[in-house]
Structures are given as structure tokens and as C-alpha cells.
Design a protein around this ligand. Structure first.
Ligand code: MLT
Ligand code: ZN
Length: 461
């Protein structure tokens, strides 16, 4: 490293926070799935926004590309170095500030974990609109940068919908600050909206002002065994109409349940297996259990229906769904695809994708689960070589042919950029490239994520 770059980085980060020892860098160089890994030139851990700006400015001057990283819970290789970039870790920006208990707004540093924010606001009667299983590690900055989804999108939308202000460092080190917390602000382009989901390619998110949701203390969770995904979706339609405050509608299948039982040591939920499992949660100010039970009554087999109201019982049912990610990873290194389908095609997609994979990649094991209420299925593929993209290709082409999107919530990262043109038009991609060039002309922020600046070889649609 050039001595001047080192001294500027040390001044920005403070002693002990510029890591170039391979042992200290290691946990920043491999993602959660273990599929994406690469050496970092160094890891810079600045303490605050000014430090981030100083790191970005120095790296731009010395031509060192940067990969911004939060809790490193991404699943598409978008926050892992690929070709010796430096990692810019935001984890030390972990302050929660300016909580407004009347308006229900709070400002969180990029490195605040979702769980820390939940624990901070819940005693005051507020909650965070997005929730996901990796809450203990996922950071607010990373969740905004990737527009994280999670299990409550059906009610509150993804992370972008919670954002009412943002502070971010641009590629030249300038600080963009839109933190006024105004619910209505039509004074020009929606920059927070643009940065949410830009995967660290346009700016480095340093602080976020979030709109909170009222905490809903009365909750009921139901887990149901059903004969097919079509039956689960049919039942879900009834629940949506009849049960108040539907907050989550998740599905999983026998292959995932078997992994969860084996790796997490959970007992089977029902006396006999079922082809599809639907988990729904309703929440409100008053006990939603009676209305939920009534909505399920006609369709549910009493031997395949569990209703939970107390916190431990609800957590027990949620574990069957939430422990899928770790159980799949315990079984091998998965290819993680994360697709949305138009609601009317979701049922067909489940059987079509299994058939397509059996035909094109008979050696792989698909494990499906996801957010049925959002039309979002996670297609996890076990048994494929990390570099063998043929199963991914088969799945994503099928998704495109059914009018879906190749990424519902995990983003494009590097894992899916080859297929971007399947579901984004040439005009879309050209506009995104133009924005990238305008905001980061030197290409130092997360280069090669979402798309390459020079048009890459595309797959035929
Ligand atoms: C989930 O829904 O649990 C997350 O998207 C993580 C995953 O897909 O493994
Ligand atoms: Zn998900």
C-alpha cells in the first residue's frame, strides 16, 4: 500500500481499524453462503460518516475500488471483494439517534443491527416495518442498500418503503444528507429511493431515517399442512379477506422441513407429512386469533393445523420457517435464487421449476420456501458445483418466461448479473448505467455489481 494512502486511512479509521493481516481480514472476505469469497486489499473500519468520506476520497485518489459491507449477510456476492478491492466496513457506525416517539421516527447508523433497533424502539410502542431471520447480524445500512424484504413485506413493504431520509457518501467523498424526516417531500429527485437497492454501487449509506410502525402486541400464528401450493394460495386468499392484520404468509415444502428437523433438531409439526406448509401471522391491537381460526376453519385439516398465541409457542412455529436458511447451509453450499412470480403463476412455477431442474440438472436437489404473500419463492439448489451456473440458468429463464423477476429481495450482486437482461429491458439497463457513470465516473464503488460498466456478454432471452 502506498505510504500516503496508509497514513490517510489510518487517520480516517483510527488505530486497529485498518486491517491488512490476512487472519483479521478473513471474516470480511467470505459471504454467509461460503459460495462467494475473494481476497481484500485491506479492510477499512471508519468510526463515523466523516471517516467514511475520508476513506472514500483517499481510495478514489489512489484508484482503489471499494466494496461496502454491513453485517455480511448478503446472499448474492455483492459485498465480498472479487478482484482485490478493499472492504469498507460500516459496522462501527452503530449509533441510534434522534428517536421521535411521537412521530414514530428514528435515525440509525448504517452499522446498527436490525435486532438492536428493534430492541431500542419496542419498549416505546414502536417497531421496525421490516423483519428477517438474520436480524442479529443484518445492519440497517446494508438492508437499505439492498432494499431488504423479509417476512412482513405483505403488510409494510420492503426496506425502501420505511426510508424517509438518508445520509450517504458519494464516490468523490462528498456527503449527501437528506435526513429531515419529512413524510412529504416533493422537491426533486427521490435520492433515498434511488440509493435503496443500489447495492453499494452509487454511494455508501452511512445513516438512515426510518419511519416506524406501531408495535402490535396481540399476535397469532398458524401453521398448516396442505395438499399443494395451490391449496395454500387458495387458503391464503381467504385469510387475506377474513383475518385482520395479516403480517406474514410463508410457505415451505417437505424437503426443507426434513432439513430443518435434521439440522435444527425439531420434531415433525404434524403426525403425517404434507406436500406444502403455510405459516401465517396476524397482528393487531386486539387478539386476532379468533378471526384467524375462523378464516382457517373451513379449509384446514384439524390434524394439520396449529395455532399459537403466546410468544414461545409462536416462536416454536416460526422456527420451522426461519431455520431453513441455516439448515440448507448446513447441508452444503447452495446456489440461492430468489424470484418473484405474478401471483397467478406462482402455483404453476413450483411444479414447473422442479420439473425443469429434474430434466436439465438431475444431480441437484432443489429446496424451495418463501414469502407466498409476495409471490416470492426462494429456490435453493444443493448439489451443484459453485461455478456451475446451468441450474441457475434453467430456473431464471423459466421465471422470465412466466413474467417474473430474477430477484425479489436478495438483489443482483454478482450472482445474477449475467441474467439481468432477461427481466430488465435494454432501456432500463442503459438508464442504470448512465446513473452509475454520473455518480461514480471512476467506478470505484462496488465495481462489477449489478452490471459491468462496459456492456457484458448477455444471454439471449
Ligand atoms: C429468508 O427469507 O429467509 C431470506 O431471504 C434468506 C434466504 O433466502 O435464505
Ligand atoms: Zn426471503
Amino acid at each position: 500500500m502506498h505510504p500516503e494512502l496508509r497514513s490517510r486511512l489510518l487517520a480516517a479509521c483510527g488505530p486497529g481499524h485498518l486491517l491488512d493481516d490476512p487472519d483479521l481480514r478473513a471474516s470480511y472476505e467470505t459471504d454467509w453462503t461460503r459460495r462467494f469469497t475473494g481476497p481484500a486489499a485491506f479492510v477499512a473500519r471508519p468510526p463515523d460518516t466523516a471517516g467514511v468520506a475520508a476513506v472514500v476520497a483517499a481510495c478514489r485518489e489512489f484508484g482503489v475500488p471499494l466494496v461496502p459491507q454491513g453485517g455480511n449477510t448478503g446472499l448474492v456476492g455483492g459485498s465480498i471483494p472479487r478482484a482485490g478491492e478493499a472492504v469498507l466496513s460500516l459496522r462501527r457506525l452503530d449509533r441510534i439517534e434522534d428517536f421521535d416517539p411521537v412521530a414514530g421516527e428514528v435515525t440509525a447508523g448504517a452499522g446498527v443491527t436490525l435486532q438492536a433497533l428493534q430492541e431500542f424502539v419496542r419498549p416505546h410502542g414502536w417497531d421496525v416495518g421490516v423483519d428477517l431471520a438474520s436480524r442479529a447480524s443484518a445492519t440497517i445500512g446494508g438492508m437499505v442498500a439492498t432494499n431488504a424484504g423479509g417476512v412482513r413485506v405483505i403488510r409494510y413493504g420492503p426496506m425502501r418503503h420505511q426510508v424517509i431520509g438518508i445520509e450517504a457518501v458519494l464516490a468523490d467523498g462528498a456527503i449527501l444528507a437528506r435526513l429531515p424526516g419529512l413524510l412529504k417531500d416533493n422537491s426533486g429527485y427521490d435520492l433515498p429511493g434511488l440509493l435503496a437497492g443500489s447495492e453499494g454501487t452509487l454511494a455508501v449509506v452511512t445513516r438512515v431515517r426510518l419511519r416506524l410502525i406501531p408495535a402490535r402486541p396481540a399476535r397469532a400464528v398458524a401453521l398448516l399442512g396442505l395438499p399443494s401450493l395451490a391449496a395454500a394460495l387458495e387458503l391464503l386468499r381467504a385469510v387475506r379477506r377474513q383475518a385482520p392484520g395479516l403480517e406474514a404468509a410463508e410457505v415451505f415444502f417437505p424437503e426443507g422441513l426434513e432439513l430443518v428437523q435434521r439440522h435444527a433438531g425439531l420434531p415433525p409439526p404434524f403426525p403425517r407429512p404434507h406436500a406444502c406448509y403455510l405459516l401465517v401471522e396476524c397482528a393487531g391491537a386486539h387478539d386476532p386469533a379468533p378471526a384467524l381460526a375462523a378464516a382457517l376453519e373451513s379449509a384446514a385439516d384439524p390434524d394439520a393445523a396449529l395455532l399459537a398465541v403466546s410468544r414461545p409457542e409462536r416462536d416454536r412455529l416460526w422456527a420451522y420457517r426461519e431455520r431453513h436458511t441455516e439448515a440448507i447451509s448446513a447441508e452444503g453450499i447452495p446456489h440461492k435464487l430468489d424470484v418473484t412470480l405474478p401471483a397467478a403463476r406462482l402455483g404453476d412455477f413450483e411444479s414447473l421449476v422442479r420439473a425443469r431442474l429434474a430434466e436439465t440438472s438431475p444431480h441437484v436437489r432443489p429446496v424451495l420456501f418463501g414469502h407466498a404473500g409476495d409471490g416470492n419463492l426462494h429456490v435453493n439448489i444443493l448439489g451443484a458445483d459453485p461455478d456451475d451456473e446451468s441450474p441457475d440458468d434453467a430456473v431464471l429463464r423459466l421465471v422470465a418466461s412466466l413474467g417474473g423477476s430474477i430477484s425479489a429481495e436478495h438483489g443482483i450482486g454478482i450472482a445474477k448479473k449475467r441474467w439481468l437482461n432477461l427481466t430488465r429491458s435494454p432501456a432500463d439497463i442503459q438508464a442504470m448505467r448512465a446513473i452509475k457513470r454520473a455518480l461514480d465516473p471512476a467506478g470505484i464503488l462496488n465495481p462489477g455489481v449489478i452490471f459491468d460498466l462496459e456492456p457484458p456478454p448477455v444471454v439471449s432471452s
